[in-house]
Design a protein around this ligand. Structure first.
Ligand code: NDP
Length: 324
């Protein structure tokens, strides 16, 4: 990358986009993850252009003339929303991705890093997940619209490379959490949902009830760590093959450990139980970060407890402006 580069981050107003903005603005200038002299970073949300609309996408690219794109924008939602709106999740994401990638191609953008998700992996697969297993079987029924649309990005990246030589690639994060997340009680991911529940339990003096047994294991990545990994991938990784962006498999945590850590961070001292009549979901779906670690060299992930405490503190302070 060189001076004068313009990096457009689609989905720049969301959880991951805001974290990239924070890292670029707070890491020392010129450092591995900091802003390079002469670089311009543009963080675009949907109000800057609806990427389902080809003309709006063209205008956004015309306006900023990005040399590089980190493509995060997506219709994102929890399990319930994914199950209910499969066609919408499929079509909106397919169209957003097609508009962004084709416009980037037409405008000769030097590089695009698009964001997939571990949901793209087959439902029936051998663990741990790794970058070679994306297309080995059907994704889970519950989110097959979202998952299939995301999978197609990998196909598009390869097709644009083979036909036109475009430098498009993708990242596959595991479960992300952090400041600026969606903390909606009905339609959020597990960590922001539990933080909000626990916050209300403390405020209202009511029990904190966690859905399920608390036994399933997950890999969580702090949005600010993920932001650094996206910046690394944009600057230092030139290959169409996706990279899983995750903590190590040994760092899986149980939902009970998540809830315990939240209880501590919130300072909740009331009744705390598990509603075992609610479904648990898959027990575990570990993903390997071997490829990432072999390429990036030295990288320190923020300890889970510290990252969760920062998230809880942010939520408590920003309760009235947060997405709830
Ligand atoms: P958020 O829901 O926090 O943000 C989504 C972003 O996409 C927002 O900036 C939103 O803009 C934008 N967006 C949505 N629809 C459109 C549209 N039609 N046109 C333009 N912009 C649009 O999501 P995350 O930050 O959590 O997700 C970022 C990426 O990471 C996504 O691709 C997601 O699939 C992926 N991912 C997320 C995981 C997670 O645990 N959160 C796990 C794995 C992958 P606005 O808010 O302004 O409307």
């Amino acid at each position: 990358m060189t001076s004068g580069d313009v990096i457009l981050v689609t989905g720049g107003s969301g959880l991951v986009g805001k974290a990239i903005e924070h890292v670029i603005n707070t890491e020392p200038e010129g450092s591995r993850f900091g802003r390079k002299p002469g670089e311009a970073w543009i963080f675009a949300g949907s109000k800057d252009g609806d990427l389902r609309d080809t003309e709006a996408t063209r205008k956004l690219f015309e306006k900023h003339k990005p040399t590089h794109v980190i493509h995060l924008a997506a219709l994102v939602g929890g399990l319930f929303k994914n199950m209910k709106y499969k066609a919408t999740f499929f079509r909106d994401n397919l169209v957003i991705n097609d508009n962004v990638l084709h416009t980037a191609h037409l405008q000769k953008t030097k590089k695009v890093v698009s964001c997939l998700s571990t949901c793209v992996f087959p439902d029936k697969v051998t663990y741990p997940l790794d970058e070679t297993k994306i297309h080995l079987g059907l994704p889970h029924q519950s989110n097959f619209g979202y998952a299939h649309a995301k999978r197609m990005v990998d196909i598009q990246n390869r097709a644009y490379k083979d036909e036109f030589g475009d430098n498009f690639t993708s990242a596959i994060p595991t479960n992300v959490f952090g400041k600026h997340d969606n903390f909606d009680l009905e339609d959020s991911h597990v960590i922001p949902g539990l933080i909000h529940k626990c916050y209300l339990a403390k405020k209202n003096g009511t029990p904190f009830v966690v859905s399920g047994t608390g036994k399933p294991l997950r890999q969580f990545i702090y949005s600010e760590d993920l932001a650094k990994l996206f910046i690394w991938q944009l600057r230092e990784y030139d290959n169409v093959e996706p990279v899983i962006l995750s903590v190590c498999e040994d760092e899986e945590v149980s939902i009970k450990e998540v809830a315990d850590t939240i209880v501590k961070a919130v300072g909740f001292e009331g009744e705390y139980t598990f509603d075992t009549t609610r479904a648990d979901g898959q027990f575990r779906k570990p993903a390997s970060n071997k490829k990432l670690m072999s390429l990036i060299g030295d990288f320190k992930f923020t300890p889970f407890e510290e990252a969760l405490k920062e998230t809880v503190d942010w939520f408590t302070k920003n309760y009235h402006n947060a997405r709830i």
